[in-house]
Design a protein around this ligand. Sequence first.
Ligand code: XMP
Length: 625
Amino acid sequence: MASNRRIAIIDLGGQYCHLIARRLRDLAVDSEILPPGIPAEALSPYAGLILSGGPQSVYDANAVTIDESVLRLDVPILGICYGHQLLAKLLGGEVTRHDGEYGFAQLKTSTLASPLPPVSGTGTNKSWRRTDSADSLFRGTPLMQQVWMSHSDAVRALPPGLVTLATTDRCTCAAFAHSSKPLFGLQFHPEVAHTEYGAKILENFVRSICRIADSGTATSRVPALCERIQRAATGKSVFFLVSGGVDSTVAFALCGMALPKERVLGLYVDTGLMRQGETDELRVNLAQLGLADRIRIQDASEDFFKALNGKIDPEEKRQIIGRLFVEIQAQAMHQLSIDPDHWLLGQGTIYPDTIESGGDTGRAAVIKTHHNRCDEIRELIRQGKVIEPLAEFYKDEVRALGRELGLSAHLTNRSPFPGPGLAIRCLCTHAERPGAPLSQEIAASLAEDGFEGVLLPVRTVGVQGDARTYRMVVALKQKDDDIDYSILRRLSSALCNQNAAANRVMLLIGGNHSLTDARIVSATITRERLALLRQADFIARSEIEHASLAGTVWQFPVVLAPIAFQGGESIILRPVNSVDGMTASFASLPTQLLGTISGNILKLPGVDAVFLDVTNKPPATIEWE
Ligand code: XMP
């Protein structure tokens, strides 16, 4: 396809840069992700440019930027988040620190009174035309709409020639357009699933502004994927690490389809960090594939347990687990007299694993190191010894591929479970401290809504402004028994936006304690703690299934945290809804069901309290660690 029908996406290091390309793929529009240093001449043949988000501040001394002559090209440009701020700054606007706006926001758009004047030097079919108007970006979307934000800087002032197209309560310039050129900025992320009309806004940009016609519907990806596997594995066989989850099963099935059976072998490592019944479920899932005889199951729980002994730092735990997978796989190959020079290591890695682990370019922040992106795996990738058929895909696309391959709905709908398993959901610390009161102002405003709150010094990973945060959690207790999710949604956003110390909010739903009695106690990974967590997880999963709600909750991590009230610990429930795991909203489960789950969990010896996590992603991540 000629590049004048393609979009260039300039990667400024954002968590969602690759997701922009995925959304364009959904619109059957080709795109290329390019580095920021690319010269303007190389960009002139494209139908449009999109500047991605990024973790830096545009006013930092070494902030990533683009060739400024790009702005003089006759090519439409859309800046997103950091890209929006960079575009505004390069055009003469002012960008400064902002209090922060993470997750859900209500966007108010305005329509422009008059159409825009033509751009000078028009004449090509991709030019900005007289009939276009700046609000063409929002055409077909309502004046008020839900968008997803993740920024800690904001555009404060626009230069002459730029007009504000939209605002939110916390952001005075949530979108802008140039009055005579096809230049646009969006502070929010149209590419994430939680931005209600994001797909429509991107469609408006590529079709109405960049003038890329609709080339019809997408075709099956399976034949192309099989071809790619055959090419990558020419003269080699594939030794696959499988976990029984959707990603590795679909990737393994694709390899089994692309290559002769004898060239595909799978290894399931029982880490001892799995949930109840998981290994048995794996056997059933693999039997479906007709590849059960090509799988080895190895119990390595003792190795994992020993290696994790005394470790409390979540990143260290992740590196240890990733490294052990590689070591055990190498030992298994040795035992089977497999020559590593003739075999590739197969993994079910999907794109979010890569970008959350810092991506491939060095520009993105490390949010957390996924088990399939530890240092040892990166080295094997560098040596060309790894095959990852799904590395460009997102969870919802993998599920669709699984369905296309004829895998059962039970498997393709399976809720995601992370490779490092319960180890990351079993929070560890050496600190022993009580909670701290919230500011008087925040406490007074919480009291008006019928809540009390405390800041607990349990730190967890969040993703804010495309960067990793490791911050504390605000625990809330409400006077009423009935949970009002609309109040919680508002409080949860406000507490993280206004409070730089916290990236999470949770509500006490089980155990009649005063929050001021909470103490963080020292804890590491022990068999007893893992067993307790496994039991609590089993209760939550069983009750959700019993209520026939398993299909309506995207993922439901259950977490053990060393928050004590009477010498025990606390369990945190984290039901979320998502599409691709890149953004998520906390799920609003019925109060009665939560009461049943927490009541049963409270009966477990050693559990003092049960909390419900009511934070979106961003500012928090889905997992607790
Ligand atoms: P977070 O917690 O970053 O997670 O919002 C996004 C999704 O990724 C899953 N996850 C992992 N999956 N290996 C995996 O295969 C990992 O190391 C890993 N860490 C997180 C998480 O469960 C969620 O679905």
